[in-house]
Each structure stands twice: as structure tokens, then as C-alpha cells.
Design a protein around this ligand. Sequence first.
Ligand SMILES: Cc1cc2nc3c(=O)[nH]c(=O)nc-3n(C[C@H](O)[C@H](O)[C@H](O)COP(=O)(O)OP(=O)(O)OC[C@H]3O[C@@H](n4cnc5c(N)ncnc54)[C@H](O)[C@@H]3O)c2cc1C
Length: 406
Amino acid sequence: MKIKTELLVVGAGPGGTATAISALKKGGKVLILDRKMHVGIPVHCGEAIGKTGPGIAEIEIPRNAIVNPIRGFRIYSPNLTRVDYAKPEPDGYILDRRVFDKELLAKACENGAEALLGSNVTQLIYKDQQIRGVIARRLGEKIEIEAHVVVGADGVNSTIARLSGLRKNIKLKDIETCAQYEMVNVKIDDADLLEFYLGKQISPRGYVWVFPKSERRANIGLGIGGGMGEKTALEYLQDFIKHNPRGKEICKNAKIIEFRVGALPMGGPNPKNVLDNLMLVGDAAGQVHPITGGGMGYAIVCGSIAGEVAVEAITEGDTSEEALTLYEKRWREKYGREFEQMLKLQKLLAEAEDTLLDKLAQLLTGQNVVELTAGKKIGVFLKAAAKGDRQLLNLLDQLRHLQLVQ
Ligand SMILES: Cc1cc2nc3c(=O)[nH]c(=O)nc-3n(C[C@H](O)[C@H](O)[C@H](O)COP(=O)(O)OP(=O)(O)OC[C@H]3O[C@@H](n4cnc5c(N)ncnc54)[C@H](O)[C@@H]3O)c2cc1C
């Protein structure tokens, strides 16, 4: 089968459907391909999205995808010192990605997109050394799709990024491997707060998350830095549940109803995400927060920009790399500096001894954590508090160097 379209989006995750929805608003003709027959399944996600973070302003969250409104978070340091942050009103949501991804696809299709599910993209079509489309296999059939612009929104293991040469292989150290249980009978203190547990023993370069779906039900998972630690992500998760004092307490009677594994690109964005007739968005572009691992919001915002730029370029009849670089420019203006700083902060935190994390937990407020992870400067109080403590002074110097301390 041969198909022609204007904009071809490969991948119907949040990045791909956001690209499609914004392109459709601009009058584009869009075809979406996904290798899955049912998007959103299996779920590779903790399913949390912040209201003030990226994403929610760009896309209306489908009401039926909201499982639990969240007001804030609670961070536990290795010795279980707490840092709390809570707004009076909901500040984010736990979603059902099965519903969320499908509803975004439904919205794109209701607004005019075509979707071909079960279509696994395996090759790029080149003409005159330029990308002109893709070849996919669908139910044993070969499909050739020609497009003015191809958007690779095909996730962490992006075939489009690899085939185009924009991202050959992700280095092991830049991958976060994750394991997650959905559990019932969890003893949750506050069902409207996300919980995070830090520490080298708990999860090297990562954290354990407990994201409540209700009073007694939660996604409990973790990610570890690629090649770090002595155990698998699943073993770290099982250790938390069996041996960590809090893990043991909250999971004493808990039962697993779903088990998920997955990976995240944690090495920051690809140096380049456009070529003639091609753009990458979301995980394929490495647009994931290097500390929190949050990627849905960035995929949505960057995808929305990509969709707009693609249609403008198609309308102007110029889909060259130069024209599409407007996408790169616009999303980097929003998040480029934040990603750079957070990558450096990620390294600092990964190297931090547990004792330093405990001291930080005594000093920082929840608001400080929100500001730091958004790349904003926090107040000088840290300087004062750090007086005399070599470990903290050292960290303060490094934070000042990153322009994260006033
Ligand atoms: C364990 C875990 C927990 C996470 N928790 C959170 C969280 O709580 N909050 C948050 O914001 N982010 C979280 N993330 C990250 C978030 O899930 C991703 O950043 C987000 O899904 C990226 O969206 P995307 O559209 O770029 O890619 P994806 O959602 O991965 O979508 C890619 C799509 O492309 C399709 N595809 C892949 N290859 C092909 C191909 N060759 N041909 C056709 N289709 C293809 C796939 O089937 C898929 O549907 C988590 C990730 C993991 C692994």
C-alpha cells in the first residue's frame, strides 16, 4: 500500500498526539502511525503530571483520564527527614495513561487526523538524499508513506532517531532503568501528596516514588542510573518494599496488581533534533527532565511547537532543515537552559553522599525544591546555614557555579 500525506507523525504517545493536534489547529493534513494496536498499553509511566509544569496549558487534560488530584509532594531523605510542599488546591494529577493516550488520539482523529495503528515503522524513505517518508509493516503488509514532514515521536528507543542518525545509540549512563508496581492495600498517609525517597542505597541516581491513585492504591516504582548500583531496578524496588522502614510500613499488607518496567532518556536533549523534512519530539528528542524523569509535559509542549512549525513550513513550501530549525529554536528558548542546569545538578546529586542529602533535607523547604528543579535561584539562607559545614559549603559552591544560589 502507498499513502501520501503532508505531516506524518510516528508514535501516538503524548508527544505525537500533541504534535498532531497543534498541526490540525493550523490546518495541516496529518497521519499518525503507531506500532501498538491500543495506544497507552502497556503503561511505562508513574502517571503524574504537574499543573504548574509544562504541558497542561497546551492540552486540556481529558477529565476521564484523571485518577487522582494531587496537591504537592513529600520528599524523604535517606534518614527519612521530610521536606513537604502542598498547595491548598490541586496542583497536578495522577492520570490513567491508558485513557490519557487514547483520549489524545481520539481528539486528534476527531479533529481530522488519520491514524494507522499496528504500523511498525522500520525504514526511512530517501529521495535525492533527503528523507521523504517511512516504510512500515502492518499486519504483515508493507506500507510506504510519503510525507512533506516526518515527526519522530516514537519514544525512548526511537527508530526514527536511530535511522536518521540524529541519535545513534544512547549511552548506558544516559538511560534510567525503571521498575514499578501498581499496588493495593497500601497504607497511604496523604492521598493527595506524591512521595519521593532518596538515597544511594535506595536508588542510585534515582528515587523511589509512591504516587497515590486513591487512599489505598498507588504506583510504587523507581529508576536507577544506567550501569549504576549493584542490583537491578526490580531488586532495588523489592528491597525498598521489604527492608526500608517506610517501605515496609506502607507496603505491609500491599498486593501487586500490575508490574511495569521501562526506560527513560536522562542524558538531556539530543544535540540536534531536525533535518530536512524531519523533526524529533518527546523521549525521541531526549526532552525529559534530568532529575525528576518527568517527560509527558515536555513531550506535549515541544510536540505542540513542532506541529505548528511543521504546518507553517509545509504551507510556505520550505521544509528544509533551516526552516524546521525554528522548532529547535523555540523549544530550546523555553527549556534549553533548564535542561543544561538540571543535567549538572543531576550529576551533583548522584555523587552526593546520603549524609549530605540528609543535611539538605533539614535546610530546604518544599518551595526551594520546586525552584531548584525549575532551574531558579534559591535564597542565600543556605549560605548562612552552611557556615562551618565543609560538605554543605562545597555543595553551595557548586550550586553557585550553576547559578542556582543567590
Ligand atoms: C517507569 C516510568 C515512569 C515514568 N513516570 C512519569 C511520570 O510520572 N510523569 C511524567 O511526566 N513522565 C513519566 N515518565 C516519562 C514519560 O512516560 C515519557 O516521557 C512520555 O511518555 C514521553 O512521551 P512520548 O510521546 O515522547 O513517547 P511515548 O509515550 O513513549 O510514545 C511513543 C509511541 O511511539 C510508538 N512507537 C515506538 N516505536 C515505533 C515504531 N517503530 N513505529 C511506530 N510506532 C512506534 C510507541 O508504541 C508509543 O506509542 C515515566 C517513564 C517511565 C519509563
